[in-house]
Ligand binder design. Structure first.
Ligand code: HEC
Ligand code: HEC
Ligand code: HEC
Length: 115
């Protein structure tokens, strides 16, 4: 009987952990994390000296200035902002997972951005 309870308890713990992993993995794309006080517009407008952007500016609005061939390409900027620093919350809270921003289409072999 005790063993059965232990198995039940351990299964419950495993199921809950899997659920948490699933929840974190669901936050794919900038907009999944960057809402409300953390919207992309608020992030940009909080940077000293940054040109003011509209309150509803989304990823497409950012890449008008931060396109791959611009002077300020988003790749290096965002990799630094999310993947560098021991106390970076993207690493501590989300495991620094590339796939939260990049989507690999295993059929076409394309590597696109999840906005
Ligand atoms: C899974 C959640 C998550 C996703 C997806 C995500 N971010 Fe972030 N972002 C964060 C967190 C957490 C931080 C704060 C990092 C820190 O602790 O400094 C952050 C910081 C930022 C910052 C400010 C830091 C800096 O670079 O100066 C910008 C701008 C930003 N994100 C833009 C984006 C864009 C654009 C995308 C989509 C391509 C994106 N983020 C996807 C969680 C996320
Ligand atoms: C009108 C052009 C323009 C638009 C639109 C724009 N940016 Fe920028 N951004 C810049 C310029 C210029 C710089 C470099 C100068 C600076 O750091 O202020 C920059 C730098 C940045 C940096 C790096 C700051 C640093 O030095 O660490 C981040 C992060 C950033 N932008 C985020 C965003 C986000 C998020 C958006 C969309 C909501 C956005 N930007 C839209 C022009 C723009
Ligand atoms: C916060 C979102 C985010 C995360 C996390 C992220 N990337 Fe990126 N990455 C981008 C964006 C946005 C671009 C620019 C795409 C564009 O301009 O078309 C980019 C560009 C790239 C490029 C093209 C070269 C460059 O620097 O522009 C490579 C390669 C790349 N990422 C690999 C990775 C790998 C590997 C990881 C995980 C270790 C990762 N990225 C994590 C958002 C992210």
């Amino acid at each position: 009987m005790r063993k059965v309870l232990l198995v039940v308890a351990i299964s419950a713990i495993i199921l809950v952990s899997l659920g948490l992993v699933a929840l974190a993995a669901d936050k794919v794309g900038c907009a999944a994390c960057h809402t409300g006080n953390y919207s992309l517009a608020k992030e940009a407008n909080a940077i000293q000296g940054h040109p003011k952007v509209a309150d509803n500016a989304n990823y497409d609005a950012c890449v008008r200035c931060h396109g791959p061939n611009s002077k300020w390409p988003f790749g290096p900027i965002l990799h630094k902002g999310h993947l560098v620093g021991a106390d970076n919350h993207f690493i501590t809270n989300y495991g620094g997972d590339c796939k939260l921003c990049h989507v690999l289409d295993a059929n076409k072999g394309t590597f696109t951005i999840a906005k």
